[in-house]
Design a protein around this ligand. Structure first.
Ligand code: NDP
Ligand code: KPL
Length: 327
């Protein structure tokens, strides 16, 4: 049985290295310059505890990696890359292959369930970074992340239990949960700030105010849609002080969307985070102009490959008050 980590960037790279070091059979799937760098020099994993280079077998596609009976596929690409990735996966993985979504947002599980019968959602509290080919960073130590897991759309089964046990063996905190999507909707609210951090830049303190506006809009849309979300206090209690992020040399800025702009990937996850709120608003006859504006600005910033910080928080607040007051 192998863990096939599909999209081995920040999250997948650190996760794959930890599982490999814990003695599991791991295959990474990566692409582009990152794949070439891992193939030539191994995967370098940096953390507050130091740096190691891990010799994890790495492949360029699911067909090259091979997915055997008993293997578990873990999706760790960003939401906008999931549809294409699943198409390539189905060519070599049978429909009952377990597919675990260690991804933000709430859309990946549904996409996977259309093609695969055993799908799991993970609430990802795991700060990691990937800003140069061949190198990933775990920002938290000694525990790199909290990865609670549940069967999608709900429930716990032996698959969820065994993945949680493997994650714990690899040094993560992980519990199986009956209601994993309620936790993932809470995380979605937190992630409405990802695009804001990318637009304003990681050092812009005013970004918090912008994010708060988007989160209030997001909470209101989820309530209108009748979606049950874990209480923010309970989420905070679950996090406790497990994640510790001391400074270390060469530490990259936090935030997966900031990292997309820093790497100039040409895409960003905003359609699956802010865009999820916009979609729900449209489905339920309300509006989400703040999240719509920020999603559009973020997608354009990524497409035009501008650096983080292209829209300072003052300017973004002004644009937002324009669209919100016109409602
Ligand atoms: N980074 C973080 O701190 C956190 C991230 N998350 C979530 O985890 C998920 C992963 O994020 P993160 O690790 O930051 O993302 P990254 O962009 O660092 O890693 C994803 C990797 O997958 C690659 N990829 C995409 N599609 C394919 C494919 N078809 N075949 C091979 N490789 C592919 C990407 O390549 P390319 O670069 O070419 O696009 C990239 O290297 C996201 O949903 C994110 O929101 C959650 C919590 C924290
Ligand atoms: C909360 C945050 C910003 C932590 O890194 C995250 O989930 C992400 O980077 O996608």
């Amino acid at each position: 049985m192998a863990f096939v980590i599909y999209g081995a960037g920040a999250i997948g790279g650190v996760l794959g290295a930890r599982l490999h070091s814990a003695g599991f059979d791991v295959k990474l799937i990566a692409r582009g310059a990152h794949l070439a760098a891992i193939r030539s020099s191994g995967l370098r994993v940096e953390s507050p505890e130091g740096a190691t280079t891990v010799p994890v077998p790495t492949y360029g596609s699911p067909s090259e990696a091979g997915v055997g009976p008993g293997d578990v596929v873990i999706l760790t690409m960003k939401g906008q890359d999931t549809p294409d990735a699943l198409e390539a996966l189905r060519e070599v993985a049978g429909p009952s292959t377990p597919v675990v979504c260690i991804q933000n947002g709430v859309a990946n599980e549904r996409l996977a369930l259309r093609l695969f019968s055993h799908v799991y959602g993970v609430c990802v509290m795991f700060p990691a970074a990937h800003v140069q080919p061949g190198v990933v960073q775990a920002r938290s130590a000694p525990v790199p992340g909290i990865l609670d897991i549940g069967r999608y759309p709900g429930g716990i089964d032996d698959g969820a239990r065994s993945v949680a046990a493997a994650l714990v063996k690899a040094g993560f905190v992980s519990e199986p949960r009956e209601d994993i999507m309620r936790w993932k909707y809470r995380k979605l609210i937190m992630n409405l700030g990802n695009a804001v951090a990318a637009l304003c830049g990681p050092g812009d303190d005013g970004a918090k105010q912008v994010t708060a506006l988007l989160q209030a809009e997001g909470e209101s849309v989820l309530a209108t849609a009748g979606i049950d979300v874990v209480d923010a206090g309970l989420d905070q209690e679950r996090r406790g002080d497990i994640l510790r992020m001391p400074q270390f040399e060469g530490r990259a800025p936090s935030g997966s969307a900031v990292q997309s702009l820093l790497r100039g990937t040409g895409s960003i996850e905003a359609d699956y985070l802010n865009g999820e709120i916009v979609l729900l608003a449209r489905l339920h006859g309300v509006e989400a102009p703040g999240n719509e504006l920020v999603r559009q600005l973020a997608v354009v910033a990524a497409r035009e490959r501008v650096a983080p910080g292209s829209v300072p928080s003052g300017e973004l607040l002004e644009k937002l008050s324009g669209v919100i007051s016109r409602r």
